[in-house]
Write a protein that binds this ligand. Structure first.
Ligand SMILES: [Ca+2]
Ligand SMILES: [Ca+2]
Length: 220
């Protein structure tokens, strides 16, 4: 009888240890995945004319967007793809239309299946939110005055949102994120799939132009 009790005791201890290890592993995975989620930001939005949204991975690990969704005020669409560390991904309604406006897009492109981002972006007042597979909002941006009539209205929306009327809204400097409408500047043209323009206080200058200026100085 005694050896049997000893064996049961040992087995129970083993199960307890296993439970602890499993719990720790689950917590670690949860922390790691939520970190990867929050590393992805909505970096640039073209809400008028050719509609596209640029995502940027500010973290050091690749992010798999399987099971993620993009939504506006009244609709949402599944997205997929992978974003490299420091990389970009462009979500668009039509890749053909996007490529006809922007010749060089150095990042992956994801085309929305039903050809309309959410229920279709409204230029004067709307929102864009990025939703992780667990339903949590990873990042959201809104412009104009938010309405409680929106299907995806939530209290974390800015009121008022971004008030600029330019077709493009971009985080300037690139990936600037204080969770305020002022993180975005309105622009006439965008940089889908690459670093946003640089703000010099007088206006915006493209990163390519700045590099060209420095390259010119080096040659002298
Ligand atoms: Ca849609
Ligand atoms: Ca960009």
């Amino acid at each position: 009888m005694y050896p049997k009790i000893k064996l049961i005791y040992k087995l129970c201890k083993g199960v307890e240890r296993m439970k602890k290890t499993l719990a720790l592993t689950a917590i670690t995975i949860l922390i790691m995945s939520s970190q990867a989620y929050s590393d992805v930001i909505i970096n640039e939005i073209s809400r008028d004319g050719v509609v596209w949204v640029e995502l940027h991975n500010t973290g050091s690990g690749e992010v798999d967007l399987s099971g993620w969704k993009i939504r506006n005020s009244n609709g949402e669409d599944p997205i997929s793809g992978r974003i490299k560390p420091g990389g970009y991904l462009v979500i668009c309604e039509s890749s053909q239309e996007l490529r006809s406006h922007y010749k060089d897009i150095p990042s992956p492109i994801f085309e929305i299946r039903d050809g309309e981002l959410g229920s279709g972006l409204k230029a004067n007042s709307d929102m864009v939110a990025l939703v992780a597979p667990d339903g949590s909002i990873v990042d959201q941006v809104n412009w104009g005055i938010p309405s409680s009539g929106w299907h995806f209205y939530n209290s974390a929306l800015w009121n008022p949102g971004i008030l600029d009327h330019s077709p493009i809204l971009a985080r300037i400097p690139n990936s600037f994120d204080r969770d305020m409408p002022e993180d975005f500047k309105g622009l006439a043209s965008g940089t889908p799939g690459s670093m946003n323009q640089v703000y010099n206080g007088l206006g915006t200058v493209s990163w390519g132009k700045i590099k060209a200026i420095f390259a010119g100085q080096k040659r002298r």
